[in-house]
Design a protein around this ligand. Structure first.
Ligand code: SAH
Ligand code: SF4
Length: 425
């Protein structure tokens, strides 16, 4: 989760068998999943059919949807426009909310709210609401960063979610209900969400069916009604997923987590690079831009002495020169158990200037809510408990050795993480 630095120009913006960087298993589900569908992902036609089967008029579907997407009710029992027996029947058949518990932590003087949601099986996911006050030329914005999976199979070593490994895909309603929660909190102050980014826990393009279904619901004027151009999906580079989005035509924004332009280093920082190397990712992004006319955003988490050198900037410029692209540079947030630190701002500025001189535009961003863990997954990682010091030490040594080899230009011989390549999005 990131925000612009004040001094820069803002721009729009089953557990794997091999977990190369995983420190510990993801916090496993502690209960069976609630089989009742979440009401937010039930279609109007499905709901009407269910109501009719209950001997109820179909028009009640509208009342139920209004209650689900309104901001007052927190359960079917609050929907007093419905008869009592129907409220009870709805509660038996559906879940009003797929989150059994939500805790909100506020930081950045109220500008960042991190929500920790517990799911019916006990897994924990996170969403982050970021408030951007109005500025001279820009209206106020309220951006929600949401999760698409509990854990993540990709295993980027600097990412708290990557540390956890993969637990499971989120259901469509579990994705959408993160949005309902934030919208309800905003409504208390008469405000509404302006942007949604899939930059929380998980790799959205490895849960693409549900991500697309959730975006359809969020777009639907009879449900949430947020325009697709206000939604951005971020991927670590799942090429078949990008191609599927391209085939769908211009929709929402696409962000690619690049981190490094050189394959040996990207193999370490984004382990699925061993499956889809960086030039294939950029080619897929280029085809996306050509087909949709939409600019792709590239994200780079800056790690001191690892991917922030002049040589890295030049390699990135060579890779992206001529593309309709924009780069966001974000100093690494110190959350995962790595031997690394975030790049100091002056070096980020130098990197951005080098890209700019080569004709590639870049913006420097800062992490939001660092003291409560802006990069999603940190609080879930805390809930998983501390890994043993010896495990952390071995991981650090391994990352040091791997990044040193990468910096010498040697490619990793490890395979792509399990759970990444074999699943066709
Ligand atoms: N899996 C997708 C989307 C979720 S991660 C992806 O990787 O794009 C969203 C963003 O958070 C990514 O760009 C990721 O690089 C960034 N991120 C993860 N851990 C971070 C950290 N410790 N510091 C800064 N950014 C981080
Ligand atoms: Fe997964 Fe994205 Fe974290 Fe990498 S950065 S481990 S792809 S959530």
């Amino acid at each position: 989760m990131t925000s612009e630095t004040p001094d820069t120009t803002p721009t729009p913006t089953p557990a794997p068998a091999v977990q190369p960087f995983g420190l510990r298993p993801a916090p496993s589900a502690s209960a069976p999943r609630d089989p009742r569908p979440g009401i937010s992902a039930v279609t109007t036609d499905e709901l009407k059919a269910w109501l009719v089967a209950q001997g109820q008029p179909a028009y009640r579907a509208r009342q139920v949807a209004d209650a689900a997407w309104g901001h007052k009710a927190t359960g079917f029992d609050d929907v007093r426009t419905l008869p009592g027996d129907l409220r009870a029947a709805l509660d038996e058949a559906f879940r009003f909310d797929t989150m059994t518990e939500t805790e909100v932590r506020v930081t950045d003087g109220g500008l960042t709210e991190k929500a920790i949601h517990r799911l019916s099986d006990g897994l924990v996911i996170e969403s982050v609401l970021m408030h951007y006050p109005a500025r001279d030329d820009a209206r106020e914005r309220h951006t929600l960063c949401i999760s698409s999976q509990a854990g993540c199979a990709v295993g980027c070593p600097f990412c708290a979610t990557g540390e956890l490994g993969m637990e499971r895909d989120l259901e469509t309603a579990e994705i959408v209900d993160q949005v309902r929660h934030a919208a309800r909190r905003l409504a208390v102050d008469g405000k509404h969400l302006t942007n949604i980014v899939f930059m929380g826990m998980g790799e959205p393009l490895l849960n693409l069916d549900r991500v697309l279904e959730s975006i359809g619901i969020l777009n639907d004027p009879t449900r949430f009604g947020l325009g697709a151009r206000h939604i951005t999906v971020s991927t670590s580079g799942v090429v078949p997923g990008i191609e599927r989005l391209t085939a769908l035509g211009p929709q929402f924004g696409l962000a690619i987590s690049l981190h490094a332009a050189r394959n040996p280093l990207r193999d370490v920082l984004v382990p699925l690079n061993r499956r889809w190397p960086v030039e294939e990712v950029v080619a897929a992004a280029r085809a996306h831009t050509q087909a949709t006319g939409r600019r792709v955003t590239y994200e780079a988490t800056m790690i001191a002495g690892i991917n922030d050198t002049d040589a890295d900037a030049d390699a990135m410029a060579d890779l992206l020169r001529g593309e309709l692209a924009h780069v966001n540079l974000i100093p690494m947030n110190q959350v995962a158990h790595t031997p690394w630190t975030g790049t100091p701002i002056p070096q980020v500025v130098r990197f951005a200037a080098r890209l700019g001189a080569a004709g590639v535009t870049a913006t420097i961003r800062q992490n939001r809510g660092t003291e409560i863990g802006a990069a999603c997954g940190q609080l879930a990682a805390e809930a998983a408990g501390r890994p043993a010091p010896i495990v952390v030490q071995r991981r650090r040594e391994r990352l040091e050795a791997q990044s040193a080899a990468a910096l010498r230009g040697e490619r990793s011989e490890e395979p792509a993480p399990a759970g990444v390549g074999e699943k066709a999005p």
